[in-house]
Design a protein around this ligand. Structure first.
Ligand code: NDP
Length: 473
């Protein structure tokens, strides 16, 4: 049976239409999904607006209990959920089991705690007045997610929004919607009242655009590509919605000669190729101090060659297929473009008789002006570039329009901190890479977007600050 939309319960799209979601491992159809459109979004927003005031007035301890229970249920059902996420998105099952599902559960555990801890302040104002602030939920949050971490990115939007008393309507990615539908059921089983989380599968230009345009939605929390982000921002302006945009990246991973070069090279491999490079923070530009460049390239090639490319459900797989035919072709075009522009492909290429595979691909001799050095590829393609001085490294790091993340590898702690402060990026890792925690704020700057998810920071973006004045005389 085909999965349906989730609006208070399972139900078909009002128009009754379906669309195909592909199997990245074979190129066939994995599942037919309900094609939600504007009328389904409208139904979901109405349900959310009905349910939200009562939820906002619910004892925060009860909201906390439901979110905590959701985390527990996610862990109890992790095998099933991980298989769904892997077969739908192409990510290795081992990753889904070790990272996607547990981190999703962590997100619910973490925000469960915040339900009872959101406080206002009292402010010493002029005159005989008591002035205090209230933090109040915005109402209905529209969440829009991409296919690379569909479950975890949905949780980052849903858990904090529910914790502080909002309702959520989620438009998941058309290539990988199944884990979002699973999550809706988990939350219902955890005791979340109907209407507070709806999942409307469908196309971005239909269901997604309708969510952005809907006057009953207070805020859009969007993760996706930079061009789509621009469109969402334009369309959200009509109703003056709040907005957070988590967009693309082309993150520099900067390796100085005074680092633990072996450890840095090992980490550079996973920074570039984890999740097939379909990771917004992928360390897709490896900047290496010239004196250790050749040694690092050798170590990276050796490490990348050992990664096992294969079907997502094979427990040995470390690099799965790319999500779709269109995306696969786009990544292959970048590889061809890199060669045409004169970079040297020293490792990698298309893999397997079927499906959308590309084994880890490494380019050296990359000039910063080349497209493979500047544009987000979102696949397992690494560009290695040498530098001579710290100034040159800093300039190279910022030679793209993005500002999502950066890595710095050095034993000189002063240099590391100075550079971390200087680089324009939402996250900087020193002597490590791709560390995330539900407690630590995450987001971008420049063309990587604005707004923060995770940590305390997102709660400010999901609540309205109200100032209350009381005359004391
Ligand atoms: P897209 O921008 O194509 O899609 C993201 C979401 O937006 C999808 O659900 C999509 O629906 C929807 N959408 C498309 N058009 C519209 C529209 N007009 N109005 C509203 N919603 C719309 O990105 P991808 O799914 O291709 O994801 C890859 C991108 O996401 C990469 O560029 C990557 O950098 C970025 N990303 C950023 C992260 C971050 O935290 N900064 C994290 C992960 C990914 P549909 O699926 O139907 O097209």
């Amino acid at each position: 049976m085909n999965p349906e939309l989730w609006i208070e319960e399972e139900r078909p799209a009002i128009g009754g239409e379906l669309f195909a979601s592909a199997d990245p491992a074979t190129g066939g159809t994995l599942v037919m999904l309900a094609r939600g459109k504007a009328e389904d979004i409208d139904l979901a927003v109405s349900a959310a607006r009905r349910a939200q005031p009562l939820w906002a007035a619910t004892d925060p301890n009860e909201r906390a209990r439901i979110l905590w229970r959701a985390g527990e249920l996610l862990m109890e059902r992790r095998e099933e959920l991980a298989r769904i996420e892997a077969s739908d998105s192409g990510k290795p099952l081992s990753n889904a089991l070790a990272i996607d599902v547990p981190r999703t559960a962590d997100t619910f555990f973490y925000y469960s705690g915040w339900a009872t801890k959101l406080e206002g302040s009292t402010i010493p104002v002029r005159g005989p007045f008591l002035n205090y602030t209230l933090r109040q939920p915005l109402g209905v949050i529209g969440a829009i997610t991409p296919w690379n971490f569909p479950l975890l990115l949905a949780a980052r939007k849903i858990a904090p929004a529910l914790a502080v008393g909002n309702a959520v309507v989620l438009k998941p990615p058309e290539e990988a919607s199944l884990s979002s539908l699973f999550l809706a059921r988990v939350l219902a089983d955890a005791g979340l009242p109907p209407g507070l989380l709806s999942v409307v599968t469908g196309l971005g230009e239909e269901a997604g655009a309708a969510l952005v345009a809907h006057p009953g939605v207070a805020k859009i929390a969007f993760t996706g590509g930079t061009d789509t982000g621009r469109l969402v921002m334009r369309n959200a302006s009509v109703t003056l919605k709040r907005l957070s945009l988590e967009l693309g990246g082309k993150s520099p991973n900067i390796l100085f000669a005074d680092a633990d070069v072996g450890a840095a090279a090992t980490a550079a491999v996973s920074a570039a190729f984890y999740n097939q490079g379909e990771l917004c923070t992928a360390g897709s530009r490896l900047l290496v101090e010239r004196s250790v460049h050749d040694r690092v390239v050798e170590a990276v090639i050796e490490g990348a060659r050992k990664l096992v490319t294969g079907p997502p459900l094979d427990p040995a797989t470390q690099v799965g297929p790319l999500v779709s035919e269109g995306h696969h072709q786009r990544v292959l075009d970048y590889v061809a473009q890199g060669e045409a522009e004169g970079a040297r492909r020293v490792l990698g290429g298309p893999w397997g008789p079927q499906g959308y595979y590309l084994s880890p691909t490494v380019f050296t001799g990359v000039d910063p002006s080349m497209r493979i050095a500047r544009e987000e590829i979102f696949g397992p393609v690494l560009a290695v570039m040498p530098f001579d001085t710290l100034e040159e490294a800093a300039a190279l790091a910022e030679a793209t329009e993005f500002g999502l993340a950066a890595g710095i590898w050095t034993r000189d702690i002063g240099k590391a901190h100075r550079l971390a402060a200087r680089i324009q990026a939402g996250t900087v890792w020193i002597n490590t890479y791709n560390r995330f925690d539900a407690a630590s704020p995450y987001g971008g700057t420049r063309q990587s977007g604005f707004g923060r998810e995770n940590g305390r920071a997102v709660l400010d973006e999901l609540t309205e600050l109200k100032s209350v004045w009381v005359a004391l005389d």
